[in-house]
Design a protein around this ligand. Structure first.
Ligand SMILES: NC(=O)c1ccc[n+]([C@@H]2O[C@H](COP(=O)([O-])OP(=O)(O)OC[C@H]3O[C@@H](n4cnc5c(N)ncnc54)[C@H](OP(=O)(O)O)[C@@H]3O)[C@@H](O)[C@H]2O)c1
Length: 324
């Protein structure tokens, strides 16, 4: 396993982060695994040297944090792992059960700590920006969490570059804790982040940890028009909305071709492409079968040539903003 600093922070993370949206409660989404099925993935990831685990309060409505927290307590020392979770999405029906107000952030962090069974969160991320809360209120609340020792670092996920730039500016202006990472939607079939967000993160020393590096399985080579071959392919409505243009299918096809040339899997080509993009610290991969995890880690040794990269990138057509 390779480890890198998360942006210019001192925090060292494995270059593969295990995304844990797949682990929790199958009642939440058909493709989610229950606790007993999920635990071996956490254990195997640790064996492979993965120290970085990403969850969110909303995944399986809290169950993902419980399952992952328990598995990490059982299989790892707290100090050796980097636990990332998120706040923003609704966790109840009330008007204050969501968003990034000081009130909800304070309630949400307590609830996440309890579910994870830990005294502190390594990386606390805003899942989205909240148009109904002043950015200053959110940033000050997050800064207070760091000062209280409940949170060690803060990060953001999917927003517009101006919102993220403004957050960094406000933090500097007021001496508040800065975001160290950006968890964005970035993969071979969604590259709009290259316009503004990636250059901003590189310039500011913010670590980029892209979500859905395999485009939710779309780049795995088994999602060809109509023949849904896995539970997720059949039931991931959000994924279907994101990836479906002619260019997307051409890129998926080319990913398969490059994989055949290099004698690796399509998923590995998708991950390797991201690992070679400037500014990317660690793609956050999803794994529903054990070989997914091993392949993701092995993707660290897959080198794509300039020619491979040009071939993969050529059919890309600009997309509307997706996943924000
Ligand atoms: N911040 C956000 O808004 C946000 C949004 C989405 C995700 N995330 C984070 O990102 C993580 C990853 O998201 P994701 O699950 O969508 O990521 P992904 O890595 O793009 O997709 C994972 C899916 O790809 C397929 N796959 C993976 N490896 C494979 C292999 N070697 N061979 C064949 N198929 C393979 C599997 O599909 P099948 O199950 O169909 O086999 C798997 O479920 C989440 O767990 C979460 O932590 C964050």
């Amino acid at each position: 396993m390779d480890y890198v600093r998360l942006g210019k922070s001192g925090l060292k993370v494995s270059r593969i982060c295990l995304g844990t949206m797949t682990y929790g409660d199958p009642k939440w989404r058909d493709w989610v695994l229950g606790e007993e099925e999920s635990r071996p993935f956490v254990q195997r990831a640790l064996e492979l040297g993965v120290n970085f685990f990403d969850t969110a309060d909303m995944y399986s409505v809290g169950r993902s944090e419980e399952v992952v927290g328990r598995a990490l307590r059982d299989f790892a020392r707290r100090e050796e792992v980097v636990i990332a979770t998120k706040v923003f999405n609704p966790m109840g029906k009330g008007p204050n059960d969501r968003g990034l107000s000081r009130k909800h952030i304070m309630d949400a962090v307590h609830a996440s700590l309890k579910r994870l069974g830990t005294d502190y969160i390594d990386l606390y991320q805003i899942h989205r920006f909240d148009p109904e809360t002043p950015l200053e209120e959110t940033l000050q609340a997050l800064h207070d969490l760091v000062r209280l020792g409940m949170v060690r670092y803060i990060g953001a996920s999917s927003g517009l570059a101006y919102q993220f730039a403004k957050s960094l500016y406000l933090a500097d202006l007021h001496g508040w804790t800065r975001f160290v990472s950006m968890q964005n939607h970035y993969n071979l079939v969604y590259r709009e982040e290259e316009r503004e967000m990636m250059p901003l993160c590189c310039e500011e020393g913010v670590g980029v940890i892209p979500w859905s590096p395999i485009a939710r399985g779309f780049l795995a080579g088994n999602r060809k028009g109509g023949e849904a071959q896995t539970v997720r392919a059949r039931s991931d409505a959000f994924g279907e909305r994101l990836y479906r243009t002619e260019g997307d299918y051409q890129i998926a096809e080319r990913t398969v071709q490059v994989a055949q040339q290099l004698d690796v899997s399509s998923a590995q080509v998708a991950i390797a492409w991201l690992l070679q993009q400037e500014g990317v610290s660690a793609p956050i991969v999803g794994a529903s079968k054990m070989h997914h995890l091993d392949e993701a880690v092995d993707a660290l040794s897959v080198r794509l040539s300039d020619e491979n990269r040009r071939f993969l990138e050529e059919p890309y057509q600009p997309h509307p903003v997706l996943g924000i």
